[in-house]
Design a protein around this ligand. Structure first.
Ligand code: ME8
Length: 520
């Protein structure tokens, strides 16, 4: 058997300075859907997510709450883990940056960069945003209200001056530009790539990479009065998770470099400029790709605690259902672009796509099979042009989905799958199997077989996004657990006539408005 292709995918690691929000949920679900897709498509996947526990933001939030940063992190990290469970995020590893192994990895990477001559001590004087944990050039900041200066993300910046270690980022400008040029997909989507290229072209300053005014972080080797700048240790998480500094370890050799880092667009610079420069300095291979997804907004507005529109992913999952929420995120928002969520938009997707289009087709065809075909998979009796056409459309989905996934276009995969669902509904309506029951029962069986077969392929391909509902549908079709991956799509996995089927139950219930919602 050919060796399975490896696929290493990560999310950003989230700051546990508060409870997870919808942006965290979105990123985790998107990365999970990609990981599940790749697993079903035969890859040996390693999927990692986790939390970024150090830094000034954690220290300051903890101080405001009158607790230590570790206590703050422990409390919120538990919620991030719960969120992963609640949203069916199938991670292989949940990493915490306070793990001793992560200290060792970060210090080892630091030493490599120092050995390469890329680290020196100097005085930093410039602007820092605690909210972004980022240094900004004066030219990137603007005056805000009440004498506060704002950085490019609209967060306040503070003037800081201290003795710190620097990383010779300026020395990597040409190598980075050459890398972007030679690897046009390194930064996706293209709009993010253009931003990064023009940032790097405009000239790179050396980067301050340690702090002395802070103790909550990874100590700098041989300089314990310094802790590492939080982004140095945060980015290192991607290799800590594979056993770095043991580059001979099985996991590191197997999975590094990462196939894709899934991150939000606001942190592209760290992943597409700093991270590859650190890796080049340490003599390690670079990740294949950095994918910067868009932001989710609440009816066009940025979520903020002061506006009071921060939506808790637990409440959303509770209200709409995990699969429903996952489907909404990935179908509604073209992956890479910004998107909006609102109660109406979520309900519309649930009821139109899931309950009506797929749920009803499954319910109608499976109940007819239960009543009229002895509760077993019916036998096809000679295929017509219409039967062949819908089967061909379903059989063609795998190739289309793979093509869309080259760019992680999850929304395109779903649009293609649901286009076949719509076509199957038209087929079902046109064939009128309920009328054939009396006039031509053999033909009815064929129509029901073809419909069930389309449902099988749709359910298999829907698994990455709606894992629980797809599994229920595959149960209803008596598709065994070993016959659910993409290898059995198309003719080789056809349903076996005569296979007994369980009694059908609805797979996607309609969302019914509560009285309060209906009245508002
Ligand atoms: O940036 N919509 O952590 P974080 C979509 N610790 N995505 C969003 C979002 C929104 N409204 N808000 C945030 C950090 N995100 C660092 C990462 S990685 C080595 C260190 C995304 O908790 C954001 O873009 O602020 C990022 O990818 C992730 O959520 C975690 O954000």
């Amino acid at each position: 058997m050919a060796e399975r292709q490896k696929f290493y995918i990560t999310t950003a690691i989230s700051y546990p300075n508060g409870a997870p929000h919808i942006g965290h949920a979105y990123e985790a679900v998107a990365a999970d859907a990609i990981a599940r897709f790749k697993r079903l498509d035969g890859c040996d996947v390693f999927f990692m997510t986790g939390v970024d526990e150090h830094g000034l933001k954690m220290t300051q939030t903890a101080a405001r709450e009158g607790i230590g940063p570790k206590e703050l992190s422990d409390r919120n990290t538990a919620l991030f883990v719960q969120m992963c469970d609640r949203l069916a995020v199938s991670r292989d590893r949940f990493i915490r940056t306070t793990e001793p192994a992560h200290y060792a990895a970060s210090q080892a990477l630091w030493r490599k960069m120092a050995e390469a001559g890329d680290i020196y001590l100097d005085t930093y004087a410039g602007w820092y945003s605690v909210r972004d944990e980022a240094f900004y050039d004066e030219s990137e900041t603007v005056p805000g209200e009440n004498g506060v200066r704002l950085g490019p993300q609209g967060t306040p910046v503070e003037w800081t001056e201290e003795q710190t270690y620097f990383f010779r980022l300026s020395a990597y400008q040409d190598r980075l530009l050459a890398h972007y040029e030679a690897n046009p997909d390194f930064i996706s989507p293209a709009s993010r790539r253009n931003e990064v290229v023009s940032f790097v072209r405009s000239g790179l300053q050396d980067l301050s990479i340690s702090r002395t005014t802070l103790t909550w972080g990874v100590p700098v080797p041989e300089a314990p009065d310094h802790v590492m700048y939080v982004w140095v240790d945060a980015l290192t998480n991607y290799i800590t998770g594979l056993g770095y500094p043991d580059v001979e370890s099985e996991a590191f050799r197997r999975y590094w470099p990462a196939d894709v880092h899934i991150i939000g667009k606001d942190i592209t610079r760290f992943h597409a400029v700093y991270w590859p420069a650190f890796l080049m300095s340490a003599g390690l291979p670079l990740p294949q790709r950095v994918f910067g997804h868009g932001f989710l907004f609440n009816r066009g507005e940025k979520m903020s605690k002061s506006v009071g529109n921060v939506i808790d992913p637990f409440t959303l999952a509770e209200t709409y259902g995990t699969d429903q929420l996952r489907y909404f995120f990935l179908r509604e928002v073209p992956f890479g672009q910004d998107g909006n969520y609102s109660h109406e938009a979520i309900v519309n997707r649930i009821n139109a796509d899931l309950a009506n289009d797929l749920g009803n087709l499954a319910q109608r065809s499976l109940s007819m099979i239960a009543k009229n075909c002895g509760g077993a998979v019916p036998a096809p009796n000679g295929l017509t042009e219409a039967d062949r056409a819908i089967l061909a459309a379903a059989d063609g989905l795998h190739a289309k989905a793979r093509a869309a996934m080259v760019d992680y276009a999850l929304h395109t995969v779903l649009a293609d799958v649901w286009a076949v669902v719509a076509e199957a509904n038209r087929y079902f309506a046109a064939q009128e199997p309920w009328a054939l029951r009396k006039t031509d029962p053999r033909r009815m069986e064929t129509v029901l077989y073809v419909t069930a077969e389309v449902l099988r392929e749709v359910a298999i391909l829907a698994q990455p996004v709606v894992p629980a509902a797809a599994a229920r549908l595959l149960d209803l079709l008596a598709v065994g657990p070993d016959r659910r991956d993409f290898a059995v799509l198309g003719e080789k996995g056809r349903l076996e006539p005569g296979t007994p089927l369980p009694a059908p139950v609805p797979v996607f219930p309609r969302y019914v408005e509560t009285e309060a919602e209906a009245a508002s």
